[in-house]
Design a protein around this ligand. Structure first.
Ligand code: NAP
Length: 290
């Protein structure tokens, strides 16, 4: 067994119907594949129906189970409500919502148009809140228990230059996660979040850091454990948080980044660039024998 293996026991998600926004690509797809392996059925949703349909066929072929592709722009409440109705019609009920859809631009903030800034806020914050409210109201009305898992990022609490609308929106999603964890626990609705560090995907990497940029700003170099994340590692954590094994985990955000954000935060952490000989010299100059 190692970190590339699935962690939960066979059938751990049997009988669960899980809706994943942004489920046709990247991390949403990888988490979905593992949920299927564990016995869940899925609704995957995003704007591009062709991609969703291809992913759904591929997933069912490789992993079994049922995968329903539904087109929906999470910024549009009519589409969100329509998507939710279709999901219920297809699977009878949804037990888990994984809010994973996002948009992002890397840019000096002063170069962003109002429209670009708002687009990111609309997908990430408004989109997540619209999906969450639609699902939550329905669960409460039907007296049905439910689970939200929201994908944020570590700069939701540190902030980050050059991705300011994303940082602001993810911070809002994190606040919503914690707020609803308390307010809706009485309805048997849990809310948690995952903050991933760097995990290679087309969306987060090739589009955000095109060409040579990804080599120049190699994200692995900032990670204390010396590598980027493997999708299975994230899928293991997500599967645990949507499963009944985590029934007592509520209002939590779990970081999975190999220590990346703490490395940036600790005042002296970059002293690992000092070679052994220089440490020896410093000890000598302090009067300690090497
Ligand atoms: P990705 O493949 O680009 O995933 C984003 C998904 O969101 C796409 O499937 C996209 O599909 C969907 N989407 C975008 N706009 C939408 C809209 N208006 N309505 C509905 N769906 C929409 O990138 P990823 O790396 O897997 O990212 C997944 C999540 O992980 C995001 O929340 C991201 O912030 C988070 N994250 C990723 C990393 C990383 O290193 N990869 C690190 C930290 C956090 P359509 O284009 O078809 O709509």
């Amino acid at each position: 067994m190692n970190y590339l293996d699935g962690m939960l026991r066979e059938g751990a998600l049997k009988g669960k119907n899980i809706l994943i926004t942004g489920g046709g690509t990247g991390l949403g797809k990888s988490m979905g594949e593992y949920f299927l392996e564990l016995g869940a059925n899925l609704v995957i949703t995003s704007r591009k129906i062709d991609i969703l349909k291809n992913t759904a066929s591929e997933m069912m072929l490789n992993k079994g189970g049922k995968v329903i592709p539904v087109a929906c722009d999470v910024r549009e409440i009519d589409q969100v409500e329509g998507m939710w109705k279709e999901a219920i019609n297809e699977l009878g009920q949804i037990d888990v919502v994984l809010n994973n859809a996002a948009g992002n631009f890397i840019s000096p903030t002063e170069r962003l148009s109002t429209n670009a800034f708002n687009t990111v806020l609309d997908i990430v914050l408004k989109g997540t809140s619209q999906v969450t409210l639609t699902a939550g109201k329905d669960w409460i009305e039907k007296n049905q228990k439910g689970v939200f898992l929201n994908i944020v990022t570590t700069y939701a609490w540190t902030g980050s230059g050059y991705v300011v609308p994303s940082a602001a929106a993810k911070a809002g999603v994190l606040a919503m996660t914690r707020s609803l964890a308390v307010e809706w626990a009485k309805y048997r609705i849990r809310s948690n979040a995952i903050a991933p560090g760097p995990f290679p995907t087309e969306g987060a990497w090739s589009r955000l850091l095109p060409g040579d940029l990804v080599k120049k700003f190699d994200p692995a170099k900032k990670v204390p454990v010396g590598r980027v994340g493997e999708h299975q590692e994230l899928a293991n954590l997500a599967a645990y948080l949507v499963s009944d094994f985590s029934s007592y985990v509520n209002g939590e955000v779990i970081t999975i980044d190999g220590g990346e954000w703490l490395k940036g935060a600790g005042e002296f952490n970059n002293l690992d660039q000092i070679p052994k000989e220089m440490w020896d010299m410093m000890e000598v100059s302090r009067g300690k024998k090497v």
